[in-house]
Ligand binder design. Structure first.
Ligand code: ATP
Length: 169
């Protein structure tokens, strides 16, 4: 199925909106319309929701979350940036592992199983993409979901090309 990544991301942002408001977290977006990917929208929604859920849970009061898209090398980069507590470099490489949680006590308070990121990563990899996390302890975290873009125009466009070339010669 062809998915508009901005539309899909906005749907997920609506789902997290009340939770963010309850914690005094501001949600911002810099999403570009008409970037398409091919995949399963339910699964991708679940992956993005896991990132946004963490960005709220591990944020600070009056914190911010910025969700943005950009294009690099025929892939869309969906970034979820938060101004939260961050993750130290010793924990960071383990975050995609199933059931891995940084601070058991704190995390239990925040609620969770330690599965969200590993599921998000599996879904991303199934879609031919990758999920990376960059973090500065005490300042915030950026999760980046990289997904291959759908080819802009299907067959019709490609078939038109040789004709144009021929007529120019
Ligand atoms: P659940 O998946 O049930 O929501 P969880 O949030 O603990 O539980 P993951 O989403 O897999 O599980 O995250 C694993 C751990 O990574 C978390 O316990 C948390 O310590 C850390 N973490 C994840 N995202 C962030 C973030 N944006 N900022 C700070 N720490 C994070």
């Amino acid at each position: 199925e062809v998915i508009d990544i901005a539309a899909l991301t906005r749907r997920v942002m609506q789902r997290i909106h009340a939770f963010a408001e309850q914690r005094d977290i501001t949600l911002e977006e810099q999403l570009t319309n008409n970037i398409h990917i091919i995949g399963d929208s339910n699964l991708l929604e679940q992956a993005i929701l896991a990132l946004l859920d963490n960005a709220v849970k591990y944020n600070k009061p009056n914190g911010k979350i910025c969700v943005s898209t950009s294009i690099q090398h025929e892939a869309v980069h969906l970034k979820v940036h938060d101004t939260g507590i961050g993750v130290s470099t010793e924990h960071l490489p383990h975050l995609g592992e199933r059931f891995y949680r940084v601070d058991k006590a704190r995390s239990r308070q925040a609620g969770g199983t330690g599965l969200g990121l590993s599921i998000a990563r599996s879904i991303t990899v199934e879609h031919g993409g990758q999920l990376t996390l960059v973090s500065i302890p005490g300042q915030g975290t950026t999760a980046t979901l990289v997904l291959p873009m759908a080819r802009e125009t299907p067959l019709a466009h490609k078939e038109a090309l040789p004709t144009r070339t021929a007529s120019r010669n």
